[in-house]
Design a protein around this ligand. Structure first.
Ligand code: BGC
Length: 422
């Protein structure tokens, strides 16, 4: 509002003028996100539609690349050049880091009006708030530790469900391999290697070990018999993927399971979004099961969210408020999560129309919350700041793609974390 300085000086009717100008501003949002696969694109289209139906003008800024590494690089350069997008897919500790820089807008007004404190679970509120103020809004709860499998291929070796322990996983994978079937569809990108790694840490070590190793970064846990077993298992898994795995996008790996080219994929439930977008039916065309748990169950959560960056212009500020309000709204949380493969991040949304995988996710989450098994994903930027998770991911990938021994991997892990901490 160009007049504002002189009007402020004159001190007249500021509130009235401000709200009149808000009423005329067309809510606009440039939305930076990395949802470009089949299922993801359908889900983000639902958000765009909702926003437009409420009078919003949507400027799409997709940056392809699973888990958002490329999107975060674009974000940094945009902010550095003084051209921040207004709404950004951002999550976990990265929200706090950007808020610390003073880059994020305060959403408390909308939060109060929409009673977010009452509908967003405490654990998720903490991620969305910086020093008590809302600076981001949650979209969903994804579970990372899933196996997606092709029932027809499993049946060829006499299996009817996903493996429950890592020993069972290995036996099944050996049988599949012997039958000429690729046991595991995998995309060799660091974040995908890390996704498998963290499910093995959780499955072999149990929730307490996961907490110690990948959240507290406890040296005894990082260099332990259990961690050695984890790296040994990673080496075995390396033998269960096809030779063309390097660089493959995660959704192409999902397509391999869909098309009978591989029996299983270890991936978060955004993979379910891919199956659904292709018209596949859970329980019939594909199966979902939690990744093997040798030592107590657990749930690695990954909550997508949007942060609103500080921008000028009433139209953009109105756009941010509208978008934030819609995202937390019940209607959007249902529509979006049905497409995305995740479950709602707020209370009060019925799961009646959701499939059995989503219902299992919600039930397991409730059970694991009670036993300390509800844990933030390291591979998906929920558990640690980027420099620390980056150090872990580098070692995991280096080990997966070489002949490095498990002992050396553990030594490097500790060293890399120490270096990153300095
Ligand atoms: C995000 C998901 C996304 C997946 C693949 C995850 O880190 O949370 O929303 O579908 O990466 O890009």
């Amino acid at each position: 509002m160009k007049l504002s300085k002189s009007i402020l000086a004159a001190g007249v009717g500021i509130a009235a003028l401000a709200s009149a100008s808000l009423a005329h501003a067309e809510p606009t949002a440039e939305v930076l996100h990395w949802w470009t696969s089949g299922g993801e694109a359908k889900a983000v289209a639902a958000l765009k539609k909702d926003f437009e139906e409420h009078g919003g003008k949507w400027q799409d800024s997709p940056v392809a690349g699973g888990a958002g590494d490329a999107a975060m690089t674009v974000l940094r350069s945009r902010v550095l050049s003084g051209d921040a997008p207004s709404a950004v897919q951002l999550k976990g500790p990265a929200i706090q880091e950007w808020a610390e820089q003073g880059a994020l807008a305060n959403l408390n007004d909308v939060a109060k009006k929409e009673k977010w404190d009452e509908v967003i679970p405490q654990r998720i509120q903490e991620i969305m708030k910086y020093k008590g103020d809302y600076v981001a809004v949650p979209v969903n709860i994804h579970r990372v530790n899933w196996i997606w499998s092709n029932p027809e291929l499993l049946a060829k070796v006499g299996a009817t469900e996903g493996p429950k322990t890592w020993a069972e996983f290995n036996t099944l994978a050996d049988k599949l391999k012997a039958a000429g079937i690729t046991p595991l569809a995998h995309g060799g990108q660091p974040w995908q290697d890390a996704t498998i790694f963290e499910t093995v840490v959780l499955g072999m070590g149990g929730p307490e070990f996961f907490q110690k190793a990948l959240i507290d970064l406890d040296e005894d846990a990082l260099k332990s018999d259990t961690m050695k077993n984890v790296f040994d298992e990673m080496r075995k898994i390396r033998g269960y993927v096809d030779p063309d795995f390097p660089g493959r996008d995660w959704n192409l790996a999902t397509a391999m399971v869909m098309n009978g080219k591989a029996a299983m994929q270890i991936m978060g439930d955004w993979a379910k979004g891919e199956f659904l977008a292709a018209g596949k039916v859970p329980g019939k065309d594909f199966l979902c099961s939690a990744t093997p748990a040798d030592n107590g169950n657990g749930f690695l959560f990954n909550t997508d969210s949007f942060a609103m960056f500080k921008v000028d212009g009433e139209d953009k500020i109105e756009g941010q408020k509208l978008l934030a309000e819609l995202i937390v709204g019940k209607k959007f949380q249902k529509t979006f999560n049905l497409l995305k493969g995740s479950i709602p991040a707020r209370t009060g949304v019925s799961l009646d129309d959701f499939d059995d995988c989503a219902k299992k996710s919600a039930a397991d989450m409730a059970a694991d919350e009670k036993t300390g098994g509800f844990l933030p994903s390291m591979a998906h930027g929920m558990a640690l700041p980027g420099h620390l998770s980056g150090a872990i991911v580098d070692v995991v990938t280096a080990h997966f793609n070489s002949d490095m021994t498990s002992d050396e991997a553990m030594n490097r892990l500790v060293e890399a974390i120490e270096l990153a901490k300095d």
